[in-house]
Design a protein around this ligand. Structure first.
Ligand SMILES: NC(=O)CC[C@H](N)C(=O)O
Length: 219
């Protein structure tokens, strides 16, 4: 297999693994389900799918992946978290139960199930230039399922997209996509409904991270 095709793992303990595998294939990566530490050690990047964040945290611990993944994140592994995956990448969870911990890595506070009970699931079309959905480009198709939003970000965090939250009366929109270094997170599910641009960006991030640093300097 070509060494130029990055291997991107999809954490396969819970959640919509198949959809991410399909999106990664479409974005030019070689997807690999990850359930064991040896599989985690073999990938160039990792997707944390949607699901339920407290259950995923427990499963990560039960499968001896929690600490190894934390270490790989600290070493610079590119990771993309969608919905529950976004929560796992957050340094802080607003109103979390006392025993909820996260992998962390992104200097942000997320609020779980933030879009409210009456709209547990909905879609929006977002403007997001950093995700290839700027002026003159088709808007980004974003599916929200019991989604979090980001309440606060630190200085090192790039805000990639905002979404309307009418119930919250927030005119600017809530932050729903962020990047900090090699970590990317969205409150929505681009893997549902054929939106490819977030996965393309992530595969690009993984490919960039694989380049030897000299190549990065000269390219
Ligand atoms: N679609 C999702 O991943 C939902 C996330 C879930 N509400 C949580 O708090 O973990």
């Amino acid at each position: 297999m070509s060494p130029s095709i990055p291997s991107v793992g999809v954490l396969a303990l819970q959640g919509d693994v198949r959809e991410h595998v399909a999106a990664l294939t479409g974005a030019g990566a070689r997807p690999l389900p990850v359930r064991r530490p040896a599989e985690l050690a073999a990938v160039d990047g990792l997707v944390l799918p949607g699901g339920e964040s407290t259950t995923m945290e427990k499963l990560l611990r039960a499968f001896d992946l929690f600490e190894p993944l934390r270490e790989r994140i600290a070493e610079g592994l590119p990771v993309y978290g969608s919905c529950a995956g976004m929560i796992l990448l957050a340094d802080r969870v607003a109103g979390a139960t006392a025993d909820q911990t996260t992998l962390g890595g992104i200097d942000m506070t997320v609020r779980r199930n933030a879009f409210g009970r009456q709209v547990d699931s909905h879609e929006q079309y977002l403007t997001a230039p950093a995700l290839g959905a700027g002026e003159g480009e088709p808007p980004l198709h974003a599916v929200f399922i019991r989604a979090p939003w980001v309440e606060q970000v630190g200085e090192g965090v790039e805000v990639l997209a905002r979404a309307a939250a009418p119930a919250a009366g927030d005119a600017d929109g809530k932050i729903v996509a962020v990047r900090q270094g090699r970590l990317l997170a969205t409150a929505f599910h681009p893997e549902i409904g054929g939106e490819m641009r977030v996965h393309r960006l992530f595969v690009e991030m993984v490919s960039d991270a694989r380049l030897p640093s000299t190549q990065q300097l000269t390219s």
